[in-house]
Write a protein that binds this ligand. Structure first.
Ligand code: SF4
Ligand code: SF4
Length: 241
């Protein structure tokens, strides 16, 4: 083990990691999936959704911002944490208008896939039925804010990867909304359909036009395999070596 490495334990499994990475990254490199929605590889961590909550040396911490430490003991896949995550996912669902059977993102949606992974098939809280503005002004990209989970992936991708700053937020608490950098709506911004910001959206809020149902429902990514199984297959493959 080099001086740049630390040893930690996740769900009882001993792993080595570079001392500069987060718990989420260390887990992923070792085939352990920690659920997440606002985290996306290549973007700065934001710590907003709290789906990646773990216990690090007994203290609740978001795994996406918590750095590894030598000797750290991390609980990830426990009944307590699965219950907290189920509650968070349940609340995200009812804050928006998530009617999957009518949504083009179905089967490719990380929120939907996260719900299935956690055994959620129906919301347990009453729907709030928001009525937020839809923006169809852009020739190639649609915004349905009623499906926005305020994860900031588009905001960060537009700034950090596209170098544009097309997206931001306005309002607070229950009134918080996705905003764009032009008073004329998305059409007035510099957004291009191929921007990383568009593909960064984990749900059916930022959607490309004219590609709907190009891949049939039933043949989409999370129709084929549960979310996180690509990460877990790394561990399975290592075990088979
Ligand atoms: S964005 Fe995802 S969770 Fe929401 S309706 Fe569409 S498929 Fe369902
Ligand atoms: S539009 Fe998509 S990526 Fe942007 S904040 Fe909303 S859910 Fe996240």
């Amino acid at each position: 083990m080099s001086s740049h490495e630390v040893t930690l334990f996740i769900d009882g499994k001993e792993i080595q990691a570079n001392k500069d990475v987060t718990v989420l990254e260390a887990a992923e490199e070792n085939g352990i999936y920690i659920p997440r929605l606002c985290w996306l590889k290549g973007l700065s961590p934001f710590g907003a959704c709290r789906v990646c909550l773990v216990r690090a040396n007994g203290r609740p911490q978001p795994a996406c911002t918590q750095r590894v430490m030598d000797g750290m003991v991390v609980d990830n896949d426990t009944e307590e944490l699965r219950g907290i995550r189920r509650n968070i996912i349940d609340m995200i669902f009812v804050e928006g208008n998530h009617f999957c059977m009518f949504c083009e993102k179905s089967g490719n949606c990380e929120l939907q896939a996260m719900a299935y992974r956690h055994g959620i098939t129906a919301p347990k809280y009453p729907f709030l039925f928001p009525q937020k503005a839809v923006d169809a002004s852009h020739p190639d990209v649609l915004i349905d804010r009623n499906r926005c989970i305020l994860c900031s992936r588009c905001v960060r991708a537009s700034k950090e990867q596209d170098g544009k700053g097309v997206f931001g937020f306005t309002g607070r608490s229950i009134d918080k909304r996705l905003a764009v950098s032009s008073g004329e709506g998305l059409a007035g911004t510099t957004l291009d359909v191929d921007d990383e910001a568009v593909s960064a959206c984990p749900v059916g809020c930022l959607m490309k036009k004219r590609v709907g149902y190009a891949i049939p429902v039933g043949e989409r990514r999370y129709d084929q395999e549960p979310i996180g199984s690509d990460i877990e297959s790394v561990a399975a493959n290592k075990g088979g070596e």
